[in-house]
Ligand binder design. Structure first.
Ligand code: GCU
Length: 673
């Protein structure tokens, strides 16, 4: 097992009592389309695995058939099933009787719905279900469920830790690597329906004719799997590849250039999704270079794609030297006043927190603050600040924590309600995940990183889904549904992200990683050119205390939250301890809920993080007889690396804090090694 098959292994499940699939099974597709043909082929592949025998396609139903058909198909319509509420992407999979024969029906209002139903059936079988009395139904709550590849045209991947880019730009459009199809299958299986092919730090070249042809070849492969292609657009492209003197969004020549460019793309990719844009952030060009607003820039691009039903995802991750007192405030400061000024086909894409994909950040204050604008949630699946691909950190609990957070805008309103549009009645909604996929055999650098891709897709489908349930699903399909494996694997996963928080940045600390690469510890760094590049800017530790005062006596970033949330965070007595040092500068001797001092509590967290990783190693050792050798070995080795590095983080951090606060280690704690 080299991990290539991801969670789509479709192995006979010896551990499950009873038969998963009773023979004979046949697959029937009364009215084939490219999508339904692929759904049927996937089911044939899966059912053959579970049934450990051949599964045929047949022209007509008989007892034991699985039938794939859209709800409008006469064979389905006559069954009068509740399909209307499925809207255009939902599915219904149900045991029915057709002409006296017991049949498993997979249906939806579109062939994409049927495709998702086929995958739901395979998930059901892969998690211990059988073909008897099936009744599965679900409709996605979010419309655009999109991967963001930070892949460069030279094959490197920004913050990618699983090898080179899977896009072989050199040999595209001719060479259609079968891996592209497997990529599409994997994404379709978890409901992902869009992919941005290139890095947000975009090169204008990606919009030239040769690259449009390459993107079109990928779009052709992905289309039957319900996946649209998008491109990151470089705002200054009209200058770089268009020969214009300006990229000013209000210049008619610039607008005309983008319109012609969009027309050209749509001739090659008729269902092109649209553009993702990083503008005026970290040195990228943008409308502000011309004293125009983000809305001016976004709306100009939106007008270019609107005739083709395209959309623009405009990122709110604006990070420039303009808010020196607190970097965390910048996105809100620039975007909140623009609410209501964006075109209908623009979504503003907001990172989950206000800094940058830290192991823990409070939810971004823009969620709930721009009711007139659809906001895309941007999560990072690749673990830039959580130990790259080496450390085991299941991100389900991070995603869930953010999505479940109350915005404080209205009673009961959560970030998930904002993202899925229910808060303000937006129909155009989205969730984006910065992909962790590369050319490694196992796609993501380790078997457990696959779970982060998986949980992103499942939570984009349903932002109210539960991280634990999804971990179970993933573990069952990836290893075996045997509870003797699933239970310990899920137990390892569920606490793994908190362990990273503990050994890297406990109690609301953030951005203490080493310069540039963000891998190891660097809390002592304080001499970089810009203040907010330095970890010292974030932790503000001195002899008396530690933490970033974001209350009124400090940067007052807390005021960007709706009043009830702002009040809770601003009060050192009510802020959750896990966010304490994010919002407050407090003394080392401050009493915590446990009765320990802050310093003692911090030490305890660092130690707990290391201890958790040691515990995962033991749990994984015990699983050795039940996991294939290749995936077991790789994970065991990575866990050993993680334990060593968790100690490194703890010991280096504690040694540094001790050099600042002059305190000894609390009694009972060993000195750093
Ligand atoms: C982080 C990351 C960059 C990336 C940026 C972004 O700052 O380190 O590599 O370009 O986020 O999201 O645009």
């Amino acid at each position: 097992e080299d991990g290539y098959a991801l969670w789509m292994r479709y192995q006979p499940q010896a551990a499950i009592p009873g038969e998963v699939v009773r023979q004979p099974v046949s697959i029937v597709v009364p009215n084939a389309t490219p999508t339904l043909t692929r759904a049927a082929e996937e089911l044939r592949r899966g059912l053959s695995g579970y049934a450990a025998g051949p599964v045929a396609t047949a022209p007509a139903v008989r007892a034991g058939s699985v039938m794939l058909a859209v709800a409008g198909d006469p064979a389905v319509a006559s069954l009068h099933l509740p399909t209307r509420s499925l809207t255009d992407e939902g599915y219904l999979v149900r045991s029915v009787t057709i002409g006296g024969a017991p049949v498993t029906l997979v249906t939806g209002n579109s062939d994409r719905g049927v495709l998702y139903g086929a995958f739901a059936l395979l998930r059901h079988l892969g998690t211990g279900g059988t073909l008897a009395k099936v009744d599965l139904t679900s409709t996605p709550k979010v419309k655009l469920r999109v991967l963001n590849h930070w892949d460069n045209l030279d094959g490197s991947v920004e913050r990618g830790y699983a090898g080179q880019s899977i896009w072989d730009w050199w040999n595209l459009p001719d060479l259609k690597d079968p891996r592209y199809t497997d990529y599409a299958r994997a994404n379709a299986s978890i409901g992902i329906n869009g992919t941005v092919l290139n890095n947000v730090n975009a090169k204008a070249d990606s919009l030239t004719a040769p690259y449009i042809a390459k993107a079109a070849a990928l779009a052709d492969i992905f289309r039957p799997w319900g996946i649209k292609v998008y491109l990151s657009a470089r705002f200054s492209a009209p200058i770089e590849i268009g020969g214009l003197k300006t990229a000013d969004p209000l210049d008619p020549q610039v607008a005309a250039w983008w319109k012609a460019k969009a027309d050209e793309i749509y001739r090659a990719i008729p269902d092109f999704g649209g553009f993702l844009v990083k503008a005026n952030s970290e040195g990228q060009p943008g409308p502000r270079d011309y004293h125009r607003s983000h809305a001016d820039g976004a709306n100009m691009l939106a007008a270019a794609v609107a005739p083709h039903k395209g959309i623009v995802m405009w990122r709110a991750f604006v990070y420039a030297d303009t808010d020196p007192d607190d970097r965390a405030k910048q996105a809100y400061t620039e975007f909140k006043p623009l609410d209501g000024t964006f075109a209908d086909n623009v979504l503003v894409q907001v990172k989950n927190g206000a800094i940058d994909f830290q192991p823990r950040e409070p939810f971004h204050p823009l969620f709930g603050a721009m009711p007139k604008t659809p906001l895309v949630m941007e999560f990072q699946i690749t673990k830039e600040y959580l130990g790259f691909a080496s450390h085991l950190a299941y991100l389900g609990p991070l995603f869930q924590e953010v999505l479940d957070a109350p915005t404080g805008v209205k009673r009961g309103q959560t970030v998930a309600d904002v993202v899925d549009g229910s808060a303000e009645g937006h129909r155009l909604t989205g969730m984006a995940g910065v992909a962790n996929i590369g050319r490694d055999r196992d796609w993501t650098g380790s078997p457990f990183n696959q779970a982060n891709w998986y949980v992103f897709g499942r939570m984009a489908w349903d932002p109210e889904a539960d991280a634990d349930t999804i971990a179970r699903e993933w573990a069952a399909q990836t290893f075996t549904p045997d509870p003797a494996v699933v239970d310990p694997v899920v137990a390892m996963m569920m606490g793994s992200r908190e362990a990273v928080v503990d050994y890297m940045t406990p109690l609301g600390l953030a951005h203490l990683m080493a310069t540039g690469h963000h891998y190891g510890p660097g809390p002592w760094v304080s001499d970089l050119a810009r203040p907010e590049w330095n970890p010292a800017y974030y932790h503000r530790a001195d002899k008396q205390g530690i933490g970033f005062d974001r209350t009124r006596s400090g940067s007052n970033a807390v005021a960007q939250y709706a009043p009830p949330v702002a009040k809770r965070f601003a009060d050192v007595g009510t802020v959750p301890e896990r966010d304490l040092l994010w919002f407050h500068h407090v003394g080392w001797d401050r009493r915590m809920a446990s009765g320990r001092t802050l310093w003692e509590e911090m030490v305890r967290h660092y130690d707990a993080g290391v201890g958790y990783v040691a515990g995962m190693r033991q749990q994984w050792d015990a699983l050795r007889p039940r996991i294939d050798a290749e995936r077991w070995e790789k994970t065991a080795t990575l866990l050993a690396i993680q334990e060593r590095e968790a100690r490194w983080w703890r010991d280096a951090s504690l040694a540094y804090w001790m050099s600042v606060n002059g305190r000894a280690l609390p009694a009972g704690v060993r000195a750093p090694e």
